[in-house]
Structure formats: C-alpha cells, structure tokens
Design a binder for this molecule. Sequence first.
Ligand SMILES: *[C@@H]1O[C@H](CO)[C@@H](O)[C@H](O)[C@H]1NC(C)=O
Ligand SMILES: *[C@@H]1O[C@H](CO)[C@@H](O)[C@H](O)[C@H]1NC(C)=O
Ligand SMILES: *[C@@H]1O[C@H](CO)[C@@H](O)[C@H](O)[C@H]1NC(C)=O
Ligand SMILES: *[C@@H]1O[C@H](CO)[C@@H](O)[C@H](O)[C@H]1NC(C)=O
Length: 501
Amino acid sequence: MTEKIRKVSLYKLNYVLVVATLILILSYFLNNYNRVSILESSSTSLSCSSSSKILKYWSICINEWNPNGNLRTMNRVFDKLGYKFVNASESEEWDLLWSIEYVERNEETFRATRKSLLPHQRINHFPGIHFITNKKILGKHTNSKHLFPTFSFPEDENMFNEFSKTNPHAKYVEKNYDNRGVRIVTPDEFDKNNDEKIYQVFMDNPFLIDDHAFDFGVYVLISSVNPLRIYRYDHEVFIRFCPEKYHPFDPLNTHKYVVDENHLSVYVMPSFKNLYNKYNYTAKSIFEFLIRKKGYNVKKFWLNIDETVSDIISKNENKIIENIKHEKYENSHHFFELVRFDIILDNYLNPFVMEVNMSPNLTPAKKKHEKYTTVYEQLVYNTINLVGAGSYEVLMSRFTNDTISVNSQNIATNLENCLENTCQLNCEKSSCAICIPCISSNILFHLNEAYCEHIRKGNFKRAFPISIHFNNTELFETLSENNQIMIKWYEAKCENDESWC
Ligand SMILES: *[C@@H]1O[C@H](CO)[C@@H](O)[C@H](O)[C@H]1NC(C)=O
Ligand SMILES: *[C@@H]1O[C@H](CO)[C@@H](O)[C@H](O)[C@H]1NC(C)=O
Ligand SMILES: *[C@@H]1O[C@H](CO)[C@@H](O)[C@H](O)[C@H]1NC(C)=O
Ligand SMILES: *[C@@H]1O[C@H](CO)[C@@H](O)[C@H](O)[C@H]1NC(C)=O
C-alpha cells in the first residue's frame, strides 16, 4: 500500500518536473521574445517622435564670431538636459529653436518656423525684439528717462537743434553701428551725412569703483507679451571696467570711458579680486557690499533697475505684438527672449541704459574668461527651466493640459472679493475679472503660465509686474486688458504670500 502510494507520488513528481521544465523552457523563449520586442519598440519610439519622450533642439548661428562657438554653452546645457540635436532646415521635427540671429529675417534658414507652430514649440526670439535691441531704433523711438537722447543725421537735425538749445553743455559720444570706434565728439565734429553713425548724450558723472568707470550688464528674460512678464537674473551681473582711471578726465583717451575688448574684468579689480577669487562670491554680491558700505539701499537700487527695465520693455510691448501679427504668427505663446541690458550708473546710482543686447555672448571667448563658464551655464539652465522647456513633461503640458504642475485651484484667489460680489452671477463686474467662474480660457492659459513660471523661476526674480506696479494707476490706465488682469492677479496672490509681490 505504502509502496503504491510512493510510486504514484514519484510518478506525480516526475510529471511535475517535466511540466516545470517545459514552463522554464517556454518562459525562456517568451522572455527573449519579450526582450527582443522591447528593444524593437524602444528603437522605433526613438525614431518616431510622437511616442518618444526625447525633446528636440534646433540651434542656429549664421555669423559665428566667437572662436569657442557662440552656441557652446547652450549646446552643453541642452545636452545635459537630454535633448536630441536636430536640423529642422532638413525637415526634422523640433521642439525648441535657439538662434543667435533674428528669426523673422533670414526667411530661408528659418523656413520651419513659418508653418503653423505646435502649441509647445518654443523660439528664443520675439519677432519685433529689434525695437528694443537695435540701439538706433531704441534711442530714437522709446521715450524713457532711462535712455540717453540719441540722434542720427540728417534726419534728426531739427530735433538735435531743439535739444542743444536747452542743453548747451551736453557732451556727446559718437558710435558706429557695430560698437567700434566709440569716442567723445563735439557737435561740429558730427558726421551729418552718415546715418550709420549715432550720437548719444554722454554722461559725465559716472559711478566709479576703484576710480574706474564701468558698465553694468543685467540679464533679463521676457517670457511673455500681452500680458507682459519680465524676469531679471538675480544671481549674477556682468561688470566690465574701463582700462584706465577716470580722473583726470581726457576726452581723447577712450580708455578712460569706453568699455571694449580691452576692458578689465572683476577678478583683477582691487575691490573684487580677493572676494571673487578666494571666497567665491558673485560679482553681484560684492557690488552690493560695496554700495551698502557707501550708504546706499541695495533693495531700492534693484527696484530702480527693475523699474528701468520694465519701462523700456513695456513701452515697446505693443510694437512687438503688432510685429508678431505682421509676421503672421497665430499667437505670441511660442516666443521668449534673453537679453542683456548694458547700464551706466551715475554718481547717485541712477541707471541709464546704453543698449540692450540681443543674443548676449554666453560663451567665454578668451581663455582667461573660462571661469565665467559656470555662470553662463547656470543662466541658460535657469532660462530653459523658467520658460518650461527643462523637461519633456513640462514642455508637453501645453499640449496635454496636464494638471500635475497647475490647475484652476492654483489660480483661484481673492476669495472674499469673489464671494462678496457673487461673481458666479456677475462676471460683467470688473472686480470679478480674476474669479474662476469669470476667467476666459485665454486668460486662464496666461495665469497658468504665470503660476508655473513663479514655481520654476530659479535664480530669476520677476521684474514686471511687481508690487511697484500694483498701485501705479497712471501706468495701469495705459495697459492692455490682459496686462491689467495679470497685475490684479499678482496683487491678489501677493496679499496672501509675500513671495508673489
Ligand atoms: C542644417 O541643414 C542646412 C540645410 O541642409 C545646412 O545648410 C546647415 O549647415 C545644417 N546645419 C547644421 C548645424 O548642420
Ligand atoms: C572657488 O572657485 C575656484 C575658481 O573658480 C574653484 O577652483 C574652487 O574649486 C572653488 N571653491 C570651491 C570650494 O568650490
Ligand atoms: C488643451 O486645452 C486647450 C484649450 O482649452 C484645448 O484647445 C485643447 O484641445 C486641450 N488639449 C487636450 C489634449 O485636451
Ligand atoms: C495698494 O493700495 C491698496 C489700497 O489703497 C493697499 O491696501 C495696498 O497695500 C497697496 N499695495 C502696495 C504694494 O502698495
């Protein structure tokens, strides 16, 4: 009996072993089959853009002048972020274009930007940014107390005569279009038959550090127009010193008042070099230290800079919006712009804008400037993140309306006001404009963007709109409805949380 049972169970055991072996063999084949099919599908998804999660970066520099590559820093950062390099001139698909040159010129090169753009596609220049970055156009067409009066001839003859009557002692610098050959000239030296030359009022009481005049470069990111949102890079500034001491002044010696390729960098200047080279402080924090020591209020200084930057950009916002329409783009959502404001500070630290650089140099051109590499990489990295191009999920959320980073509950604010005015039934009231039942899908898009930018701003600080614009009724009246609503929303956010002010 027991023998029989053993036989049966042995038989059963054999049977189990055979089955198990069969399963093992089968699963081996299945596994390999799976592995093969995974490989196949991943390689197809790599080449098939719609299912791939890899972003595509298209870069263009037509006139390469930096021996180390104008785009070196951008290329490095995009590579680190896992972007794949593409050439949309050869009909490859693209997600983000970074160009050194204007996109609305050079139609042939930028043909791929002229079709209807996909919602997530981004371009690093606004069509029409030349209203700000072309110094002749800026100086002549933007009425701002932060710009030096600028003339070119023969067209500005009358304007100049008016100006010189009321400002008989003004000094002038002559500039060529390409920034070479800047020098102080008297009005009788003006070349009035060459409209390539511009004449700008010269500021003769610059703020000095270590007895040297300097220019103060501030990086500024415009992430949107209509409504306008501007950010200032708050981590570092680009300070360049004139090669010789300002006093005793000599108009014939341009080394005293011109910043060109002979300029001195912060790390050789007595007030900076130890703190910069040994303690690794930023030039910005050392500059703040120096002016604080002289009794200036650092916070006020930066508010003044933000006001200057905002004034100049907002006065050109409409021209940019018109240009986007003129160039037949469906909307302005695709564009962003990183510029450098080159500012001169007077003896009281009042800022005057010399020019605004489109495509500021972000790659050290000389070996001795290599130590700026990290500064530039961080600036580009912060820029890409802020505009929402730092990862696949974030860039694509414009397509998918993914609520992982923002939904209407992040936008809802101003509770007492919305309730008191029963806005749900009274959307025509102006006080209801930012209450969720009254927000149009267009405004909601912009508030979503504004919210996400605030979260992703990194080392940027918002320069427009900020608290100084909330109660500025004179400015408010001049702004478009989109801008007014945006300002009201920031103001409401700011009431609950100071970081939004
Ligand atoms: C991209 O393609 C265009 C057209 O074929 C070509 O002229 C250009 O040199 C290419 N750019 C790069 C960076 O390869
Ligand atoms: C400080 O900066 C210098 C020069 O960039 C660098 O070599 C050094 O490693 C930095 N110090 C630290 C602690 O990172
Ligand atoms: C995302 O929202 C926009 C605007 O409301 C809408 O047109 C679009 O169809 C939505 N996309 C998806 C994938 O739901
Ligand atoms: C703006 O004005 C309102 C009402 O007059 C006031 O409560 C608020 O504090 C002001 N905000 C700022 C930033 O000055």
